[in-house]
Design a protein around this ligand. Structure first.
Ligand SMILES: Cc1cc2nc3c(=O)[nH]c(=O)nc-3n(C[C@H](O)[C@H](O)[C@H](O)COP(=O)(O)OP(=O)(O)OC[C@H]3O[C@@H](n4cnc5c(N)ncnc54)[C@H](O)[C@@H]3O)c2cc1C
Length: 457
């Protein structure tokens, strides 16, 4: 019987679902899977993207953990593809590889001033508040008035975390430095800007509704944004999600405001044009063009520009994938070029045998965690059918990869190590009545996972 030695790079939901689906699939061969991640902890953006005050979504980790705990997938944390391991290494030890490396960077927004001091990418801020080990521990929360550009769920996450009182985040798993940073924030006004109207937003009703429940935060809407045209009215009548969004927004318009110490403003028909800076080069305002509906669901500029004074700007205009050494990459879309998960060479559109992709690096950074499951099914079905076209590794023995990592001095972590770190974080939270407190320092994470002397910092 043929045996498939499979490497999966990326232990986020896409990589874990792919492993699970393959192990459960009907097939005529044995499988042994090694799952690599450059972080010492698994779960990708579920741990390092999903907001800490969304415990229900974070709870998906329990299902992912159940898959790993079954014991039929070997986990190698703290191993980065591209530096610690190359494609040639994988070819030597495996029959195939699936890349499930997701996306962690901010997409660009090309407007003047976007690189000014005080202008940030949402992905960087998310990585900070979710305790990603590769991001600075300090975040400059010095602004009273802040702009958030974007009308998707990430923009709402960023606006909510900025506007929320830090004490209301204490029951979550936020690291101690994040609590301290948010607690000291002088923020009073968070302005969210979207270039379309209220019936064309990309956020979901549940996320929107949450904003209205924030303690001591007034929701501020502007009457001029609610002069709906026929297309907007038809959208409300014909789409339940838009109907609910409209209902939530209308209910906020009726609310009394003025008592709260913080305000969250939603500006629609506002297309960012420039991050305005002062003489020292620091952000001092967001300049935007007022738009109007074009009658077909889009918007056109009106040529009228306005400025809102702010001291910080966060752009939440999407994530973007990163290239992997030796693997084809589509620079325009930030994905690995592929046909239903089979990686293709963009020069001749031919399949690159043995190489597959799944999740956000396959499809682009849109969609919920659940979508990575259907992604994985498609990729796995091709992997199974391609049985005759896999690589023929020279050293497929399971020990060989361990020997290679050890020879290179890589301090890899394994599943037992993750259990140790997980238990450590839970124990840290216990005395304070919190579910867990995340360990943020990479060396400390690795030390705890490997049972080495814990570094103090
Ligand atoms: C801010 C934010 C909030 C979100 N909130 C929600 C939500 O509330 N609900 C919801 O359903 N979805 C949410 N999502 C979407 C969800 O996170 C994604 O759908 C999902 O995580 C994509 O899974 P993935 O496995 O493709 O990528 P990822 O989750 O990004 O996992 C990729 C993994 O690959 C690893 N990796 C990357 N490069 C390398 C390398 N070179 N070597 C080794 N390993 C590598 C990374 O460390 C990571 O662990 C949110 C996304 C973001 C950005």
């Amino acid at each position: 019987m043929t045996k498939l030695r499979l490497a999966i790079v990326g232990a986020g939901p896409a990589g874990i679902y792919a492993a699970d689906i393959l192990l459960r699939a009907e097939r005529s061969f044995d499988v042994s899977i090694d799952l690599f991640d450059h972080l010492p902890a698994p779960y990708g953006l579920v741990r390092y993207g999903v907001a800490p005050d969304h415990p229900r979504i974070k709870g998906i980790i329990t299902a992912l953990r159940d898959v790993l705990d079954r014991g039929d997938i070997r986990v190698f944390g703290n191993v980065r593809f591209g530096t610690d391991l190359t494609l040639d290494d994988l070819k030597k030890h495996y029959n195939a590889v699936i890349f499930a490396t997701g996306a962690v960077r901010d997409a660009d927004l090309n407007i003047p001033g976007i690189d000014a001091e005080g202008s940030y990418g949402a992905a960087d801020f998310v990585s900070w508040y979710d305790g990603h080990p590769d991001y600075p521990r300090e975040w400059p929360l010095e602004a009273k008035e802040v702009a958030v550009i974007g009308n998707g769920n990430v923009a709402l996450d960023v606006a909510r975390i900025l506007a929320k009182h830090a004490d209301d985040l204490l029951p979550t798993e936020i690291p101690a430095n994040v609590y301290a940073g948010l607690k000291a924030s002088p923020v009073t006004d968070v302005h969210v800007f979207g270039r379309r109207g209220p019936t064309s937003v990309k956020f979901t009703p549940l996320e929107l509704r949450e904003l209205g429940e924030l303690r001591d935060v007034d929701m501020i809407l502007y009457d001029e944004d609610f002069d709906y045209d026929e297309h907007a009215r038809a959208s409300i009548a014909g789409n339940k999600q838009i109907m609910v969004i409209d209902r939530v927004l209308q209910s906020w318009r009726q609310r009394e405001t003025g008592e709260a110490s913080r305000r969250l403003h939603l500006h629609f028909y506002a297309k960012p044009a420039e991050v305005v800076t002062d003489a020292s080069g620091r952000v001092c305002a967001l300049r935007y063009e007022r738009t109007r509906p074009d009658g077909q669901g889009g918007v056109v500029g009106t040529g009228k520009f306005r400025e809102t004074p702010v001291e910080a700007v966060y752009r939440a205009v999407g994530y973007f994938g990163s290239p992997l050494p030796g693997v084809p990459f589509d620079e325009k879309h930030g994905v690995i070029p592929n046909h239903e998960g089979q990686v293709i060479n963009p020069d001749n559109n031919e399949q690159v045998y043995g190489v597959y992709a799944t999740g956000w690096i396959k499809r682009g950074p849109v969609g919920l965690i659940g979508h990575t499951k259907s992604d994985a099914m498609e990729t796995i079905s091709h992997l199974i059918n391609d049985v005759g076209n896999w690589w023929t590794p020279e050293a497929p023995q399971e020990d060989a990869i361990v020997e290679l990592l050890e020879a290179r001095g890589i301090r890899y972590t394994d599943l037992d190590g993750w259990h140790a770190l997980d238990a450590h974080e839970i124990a840290l939270g216990e005395p304070e009545g919190r579910a867990r407190i995340k360990v943020v320092d990479r060396d400390e994470m690795v030390d705890i996972s490997r049972g080495d002397t814990v570094a103090t910092n």
